[in-house]
Design a protein around this ligand. Structure first.
Ligand SMILES: NC(=O)c1ccc[n+]([C@@H]2O[C@H](COP(=O)([O-])OP(=O)(O)OC[C@H]3O[C@@H](n4cnc5c(N)ncnc54)[C@H](OP(=O)(O)O)[C@@H]3O)[C@@H](O)[C@H]2O)c1
Length: 238
């Protein structure tokens, strides 16, 4: 069974659909009833959905409890929830800083902890978290987003070390620019500027992310852990 957070649209939806198409039972999450409806519509009999809102710690805890009440095992956790709220640091409010850090980074602690505890008992599990190229290279107007995505890297390297002996693999997929609602907001000028920095001269597709997730969580792959897989058309080469 796979849990995909933020599965109502974009990359999360692509991942949930891909895993379901491969025969997995998938649970997708959204903050809203309309998101829940969307997820149930595309998952059909291959899974279901639960409300999960990361702005409130108790609501996260209750959502995970609720999922475990209905499903005994989560074998695969895909942490996909992420938001941007861009402003230059000098104009950024504390509220905006906290909102992005809480949603993108702090939520990982509250979602992963109870699930890892259960995975350890089963001595089996795969965790993939969606990071971002901005966690490596930074971006003007994204001190909050970049900090959250850099934090994800340290979190996962440490977690990979903590749980490797328990048979749990933990990796990060770090996309560059992917065609989604998030990138639709870019102005023509911003798009041209970014494309000029991408050697493959195009944005990536959701499919290119979900294929890699599917590879990492498959039974064929059990010796990759603590890694950051970059999918960015060559924009950043570590
Ligand atoms: N698009 C890109 O180019 C790109 C590049 C690099 C990394 N990424 C990363 O990829 C991931 C997905 O991005 P995307 O472009 O697919 O984003 P998106 O289309 O905006 O989707 C975001 C998802 O997260 C959920 N979500 C947002 N805030 C939430 C909250 N407070 N609590 C619970 N769920 C919340 C949304 O669910 P509801 O609205 O239904 O509640 C939605 O399903 C993010 O981590 C993002 O940082 C994206």
């Amino acid at each position: 069974m796979a849990l995909v957070t933020g599965a109502s649209r974009g990359i999360g939806k692509g991942i949930a659909k891909k895993l379901a198409s491969e025969g997995m039972i998938v649970i997708g999450t959204s903050r809203s009833q309309s998101g829940i409806k969307i997820i149930n519509n595309y998952l059909k009999n291959n899974g279901t959905s639960f409300i999960l809102n990361t702005v409130n710690v108790n609501s996260i805890k209750n959502s995970i409890k609720n999922i475990y009440k209905n499903f005994e095992n989560i074998d695969i956790l895909i942490n996909n929830i992420g938001i941007v709220e861009d402003k230059l640091l000098i104009n950024m409010t504390h509220k905006t800083w906290e909102k992005v850090l809480n949603t993108n980074l702090n939520s990982l602690f509250h979602i992963s902890k109870p699930i890892v505890q259960k995975m350890i008992k089963k001595r089996n599990g795969k965790i993939v978290t969606i990071g971002s190229i901005m966690g490596n290279i930074g971006n003007c107007g994204q001190t909050n987003y970049s900090a959250s995505k850099s934090g994800i890297l340290g979190f996962h390297r440490s977690l990979a070390l903590e749980v490797a002996s328990k048979g749990i693999c933990v990796n990060v997929i770090s996309p560059g620019f992917i065609e989604t609602k998030m990138t639709k907001r870019l102005t023509k000028f911003q798009k041209m500027k970014y494309l000029s920095k991408i050697p493959l001269k195009r944005f990536g597709t959701i499919n290119e992310i979900s294929e890699t997730v599917s590879f990492l969580v498959s039974d064929r792959v059990n010796y990759i852990t603590g890694q950051v897989i970059h999918i960015n058309g060559g924009m950043y080469m570590p």
